[in-house]
Each structure stands twice: as structure tokens, then as C-alpha cells.
Design a binder for this molecule. Structure first.
Ligand code: ADP
Ligand code: MG
Length: 623
């Protein structure tokens, strides 16, 4: 045995967990474009490690060497075709190594894997987003070595090594200084990353705002700057965009930026961005929050979940408040009075900002709204404290707008007639479907505007808001609508009230449990019948209940309203009294009701209806 191996035991070999093997397989075999982003991933890991050390050093006086200058040092070796990225940050213990570089803790990763597998090739832009950053090194390296020593005073150094295929090894590295040093032995087709000039230009593109000096071959290459702490007037649009790309791992410009400074009630410097895209809408699973919390330019927490309301998870950026305690933890974040205050100030500020933007540039606001409406709606349902401000930001098509054009609730209220007390809306799958249905008739006849909503969540939004500017939000498919203005009816003579009563009773007996109530309609003009729902229940809610409980008795929420002016209703009344026509009367009743349910989107199983239609057709054809 040599002297060397006596001192240091042989490396232990460990298998990667299955999900890592899967990930590495994609990274190594499928990702060929934008490979340079591995630099950003490793540099941001180094910066994270430096932030953690700086933070520890601030709150923990036990830490030695605390005034040593913190930095990232990068060196290349063209001949050896290698690249080294070193930091003097927090480092890793042996357990840390196995934990951090052997498993994937992030929930988004599984999703990424599934999607990458589906697409047949991974989208490299997603790597950073899903927190699989370290493994991106294997896009360019045939072997990766990590030498590290934790900042804990009694820690020893370790060396982690892998070629990215199935396993990694861990061995002691007694000489490793505090921090982490990652060496990449580059693949033949990745030699360009062994050039200083190449690395410098990549850093300037992707890592310019890293808060620590990045030295390449001893020369500092980045701008170390807390842009959010600077005065608004001194920051150019290009700088905002560049910073956005950095904090949000983005590749484009932000849709909006909000640079906000306050002294009271809290000292705040914040810079928030709203991206152009909504990846949730594109099917990439739930977005994770993306606003970092700083205190006097020191990162306290990256992307804390508890800081801002959940619906704000699409916002990216930085919040810096010097009033916060440095030693605040994820656990205490929610209970901290200052944090709650900070959250509500920032949320209120963002909402006012959006309202201002909507007024100043409606076209730009509408572009934002199209993409991010789902978050605002979620907020309107869940965030009670900000509900009123969120409601103002919502937009809807209506019976008075052109297709695709929208209005706000405030605009709706402003153009309501004096005698109109409530705000009316109706949910349907499309504008055409709503306009073809029977519900609008009564509103059209009286010239009352109705808001159109097209998604199930809109129904929850409306029922949760309940009111807007003290006006009730009422679904137009409810029975017992007390509409303002003159009563409008169809043209023909109505049935007498005794006849109507007898007819309704007979129809109810004919339909049995399928219907809750049958009555004469006061709202219909042209249609013979309409299905309405009880107050507080909309047909969209009922559809949802029915889809959850297919065999259920949810039908009984429905009322059938008959139009006493309509010739078909008159005829039905005659037929029900004619003993020879009882079969036809029954068929007509069933069909009238199914047509009404169909218009309401409440006919789940059309089989009976189709059979009945065929029988009626046969009769009409004289068979
Ligand atoms: P993420 O950065 O999203 O956590 P990564 O795959 O980039 O995911 O890194 C995994 C983990 O490895 C990090 O969370 C960190 O704990 C550890 N790590 C990576 N690089 C370093 C480093 N330079 N210093 C200390 N720890 C590191
Ligand atoms: Mg990372």
C-alpha cells in the first residue's frame, strides 16, 4: 500500500437515485442547444452558497474567518480541456453532498422529467426553473469533480466525482478549503468552454448581477449591483430588462416592472416584474413563487412561499426591507408581524399599479390580462383582504361589447340604468352559445347589459365576490329574477292563469323527479321554455356538481319555466286534455324539457333524447 492510500481510504461508490439517472440521461443525450447555461447554473449555486455564508456570518458570531472577502473564482485550462468554478461560501458536509447531489428534492422535477420525456427532447430553458441546475454540468462535461468543505469549524473536506452515468463516488479531500470547487472535464465537442473569453461573455450575458465578484483568470467580469436599491430615475429600461433576465431566469423582456420605494410604514426597496408568459397556462404545472427577500442587500430567503399571497406566484423580483430581522426563518416568516405588513403593503402597491396601468394603457393591460387573468381570479376567490382591488382588475365580455372586447365591473356599473340594482352575468362555453340560449331574451328585451363569463372559475369568482360597489352580482340563469323596466312578453295571447296552473301541474307530474318545479315564465319572449336554477346556485355550479356526481339527484335543483304566450305551449295544453294524444303530449313535454336543459348545458346523457327525437321525427314524417 502506498503512503497516500494509507491516509485516505478508497472512495465509496453510490448509485444515483432513479429519478436522477433519468434526469442525467436527458441532460446528457437530449440537450444540445443553449448548453452555455450550465455556467449560469453553477455560478448561481456558488452565489447561493456565498449568500448563505454571509447570512450565517451575520447571525452567528461563532463562524470563523467571517471577514474574508467572498467571491467566485473561475479558471480554465485549454490544454487539459477543463473548467473550474470555485467559491468560498458555505460548502457541504459529507451528508450534504449525498443529499444535495444525489437526490432531487424539488417537486417540479418529476413534472420536468415527464414533460421532457413526452417532448422527446428536453427544453433546456426549463432546467433552471425546475431546480435541476447542478446536473446541467453534464451537458458539457464527461466528468465532474466537486471538492468541498463546510463552514462548520470541525468539518473536513470531501471529493465527489461522477461521469454522470449511474453512480458517483465520495472520498475525503483533506486539503479542500472552505467552500466548493467544481471542476469539469469537458467533452470533446464542448472545448469552447475551456476558453476565458467564452466564459467571460457567458457571465456577462447571464450572471452580470450576481451579488459577488466573479473573477475569471483573476479579473472581475461582472457588475456587482443591487439595482433595486438605486434611485428609479437612474435605472434605464435596458438595465431593468437585464436584471429581470437575471432574477427570473428569463430570456425575454418583462411585460411590466414596478420599482417601488417607501420609508413608512416600513422601509422598502422593491423591484417586481411581471413576465410576458404564464407557464401554468402552457401546461407546465404550478408556478413556484419567484420573489426574493433581502435585508440591506443581503439575501435573507430565496423565493419564500410564505411572503406574498399565493395568487402572486407569477411575480418575479426582489423585496428588500431593512426593518426585517436577519435571522428570520421560513417557519417564523408567517407569524412575523413585520412580514405580514410588508406583504400587504407590496400586494396593495402591485394592485394599484395594475389599476393605474389599465387606465394609462388599456391595450397593454389587456395583453397582461389575457395571460395572467387566472391568477387574479384565484386571488378574488381566496384573498379576502384584497378582494375589492382584485375585482376592479377583472375584465369581461358582455352583451353590449364586440366579440373579444372587454369591460371592467366599474364600467358596467357606470352605464347601468338608474332603476337597475344588480349586476348580471351569465356563464357559457362561448359567446355564440350564450347568445343562442334563452337566458338573454328577457335582458335583451329590456336593454339590460349582461356580462359573459366563459370559464367555470368565473362562477366561483362571482359567487365569492357577491357584490361589487354594493351591487349584487346575479347570475342571469336564476329563476325569480326581478328585472327592472317594463315587462316584456311574447306576442300571442297568454293562457289564462287557471290553464297555466293546470298545465304546470300536469307537466310536473309527467316529468316526475327530473324537475324540481314547473311554473309560468315571466322572462321569456321567443322561446317556449327555459331551465332556471334556485337563487344562489348557477347552472355552471350545477354542471360542476353533476360532473362530480353523474348519477346524483342534482337535477332536482332545476326549475322549468314555460312561456304562456308561446304557440307550442298552447298546443301542449290542448294535447294534454285530449285522451287520444296523451302519448304525443308526453313526448313533447320530455323534449321541451330536454331542449331547455341542453341550452343550460345540463343535459349529461342525450341517449333518451335522441330516441325520443327519432320517434317524433317519424311522426312528423307521417310514418
Ligand atoms: P438548486 O440550486 O435549485 O437547489 P441545484 O441542482 O443547482 O439545485 O443544486 C443542488 C444543491 O446542491 C443546492 O441546493 C445546494 O444545496 C448544493 N450545492 C450546489 N452547488 C453548491 C455550492 N457551490 N456550494 C454549496 N452547495 C452547493
Ligand atoms: Mg442551482
Amino acid at each position: 500500500m502506498t503512503q497516500e492510500s494509507l491516509q485516505t481510504p478508497a472512495p465509496e461508490t453510490h448509485e444515483f437515485r432513479a429519478e436522477i439517472r433519468q434526469l442525467l440521461d436527458i441532460v446528457i443525450h437530449s440537450l444540445y442547444t443553449h448548453r452555455e447555461i450550465f455556467v449560469r447554473e453553477l455560478v448561481s449555486n456558488a452565489a447561493d452558497a456565498l449568500e448563505k455564508f454571509r447570512h450565517e456570518a451575520l447571525v452567528n458570531p461563532e463562524i470563523p474567518e467571517r471577514d474574508r472577502e467572498l467571491h467566485i473564482a473561475i479558471s480554465t485550462d485549454e490544454e487539459a480541456k477543463s473548467l473550474t468554478i470555485a467559491d468560498n461560501g458555505i460548502g457541504m458536509t459529507r451528508d450534504d453532498l449525498a443529499e444535495n447531489l444525489g437526490t432531487i428534492a424539488h417537486s417540479g422535477t418529476k413534472k420536468f422529467l415527464a414533460q421532457a420525456a413526452e417532448a422527446g427532447k428536453g427544453d433546456v430553458n426549463l432546467i433552471g426553473q425546475f431546480g435541476v441546475g447542478f446536473y446541467s454540468a453534464f451537458m458539457v462535461a464527461k466528468k465532474v469533480t466537486v471538492e468541498t468543505r463546510s463552514y462548520h469549524s470541525d468539518s473536513q473536506g470531501w471529493r465527489w466525482e461522477s461521469d454522470g452515468t449511474g453512480s458517483y463516488s465520495i472520498a475525503p479531500a483533506p486539503d479542500a478549503p472552505r467552500g466548493t470547487r467544481i471542476t469539469l472535464e469537458l467533452k470533446e465537442d464542448a472545448e469552447e468552454f475551456a476558453k476565458d473569453s467564452e466564459i467571460k461573455s457567458i457571465i456577462q450575458r447571464f450572471s452580470n448581477f450576481v451579488a459577488f465578484p466573479i473573477n475569471v483568470a483573476g479579473e472581475k467580469v461582472n457588475t456587482v449591483q443591487a439595482i433595486w436599491a438605486r434611485s428609479k430615475n437612474g435605472v434605464s429600461d435596458e438595465e431593468y430588462t437585464e436584471f429581470y433576465k437575471f432574477v427570473a431566469n428569463a430570456h425575454d423582456e418583462p411585460h411590466y416592472h414596478l420599482h417601488f420605494t417607501a420609508d413608512a410604514p416600513l422601509a422598502i426597496n422593491s423591484l417586481l416584474f411581471i413576465p410576458k408568459d404564464n407557464v401554468e397556462r402552457m401546461g407546465f404545472g404550478r408556478t413556484r413563487p419567484g420573489v426574493d427577500l433581502y435585508c440591506r442587500k443581503v439575501l435573507i430567503m430565496k423565493h419564500p412561499e410564505e411572503l406574498l399571497p399565493e395568487w402572486m406566484r407569477f411575480v418575479r423580483g426582489v423585496i428588500d426591507s431593512e426593518d426585517l430581522p436577519l435571522n428570520i426563518s421560513r417557519e417564523t416568516l408567517q407569524d412575523n408581524r413585520l412580514v405580514r405588513k410588508l406583504s400587504s403593503v407590496i400586494t396593495g402597491k402591485l394592485l394599484s399599479f395594475l389599476d393605474d396601468q389599465a387606465k394609462a394603457d388599456p391595450k397593454k393591460y389587456n395583453e397582461f390580462y389575457k395571460v395572467h387573468a387566472s391568477f387574479l381570479k384565484e386571488g378574488a376567490v381566496q384573498d379576502f383582504a384584497h378582494r375589492d382591488k382584485l375585482a376592479k382588475l377583472l375584465r369581461f365580455e358582455s352583451s353590449n361589447t364586440e366579440p373579444g372586447q372587454t369591460i371592467s365591473l366599474s364600467e358596467y356599473v357606470a352605464r347601468m340604468a338608474d332603476e337597475q340594482k344588480d349586476i348580471y352575468y351569465i356563464n357559457g362555453s362561448s359567446r355564440q352559445a350564450i347568445e343562442a340560449g334563452p337566458y338573454l331574451e328577457a335582458f335583451k328585451a329590456r336593454g339590460i347589459e349582461v356580462l359573459f363569463t366563459f370559464e367555470p372559475i368565473d362562477d366561483f369568482v362571482m359567487t365569492n365576490l357577491m357584490t361589487f360597489e354594493e351591487k349584487r352580482l346575479v347570475s342571469a340563469d336564476q329563476g325569480d329574477l326581478d328585472l327592472p323596466g317594463e315587462e316584456k312578453t311574447g306576442e300571442g295571447e297568454p293562457l289564462t292563469s287557471e290553464e297555466v296552473e293546470a298545465l304546470c301541474k300536469w307537466v310536473k307530474e309527467t316529468l316526475g323527479d327530473r324537475v324540481q318545479e314547473v311554473k309560468a315564465s315571466k322572462r321569456l319572449v321567443e322561446s317556449p321554455a327555459v331551465a332556471t336554477t334556485a337563487a344562489g346556485m348557477t347552472s355552471a355550479m350545477q354542471r360542476l356538481m353533476m360532473s362530480m356526481n353523474k348519477e346524483g339527484s342534482s337535477m332536482s335543483f332545476t326549475t322549468l319555466e314555460l312561456n304562456p304566450h308561446h304557440p307550442l305551449v298552447h298546443r301542449l295544453n290542448e294535447l294534454r286534455k285530449d285522451e287520444g294524444a296523451s302519448e304525443l303530449a308526453g313526448e313533447l313535454t320530455g323534449q321541451l324539457y330536454d331542449n331547455a336543459l341542453l341550452a343550460a348545458g345540463l343535459l349529461l346523457d342525450p341517449r333518451n333524447m335522441v330516441e325520443r327525437m327519432n320517434r317524433l321525427l317519424a311522426k312528423a314524417a307521417g310514418l
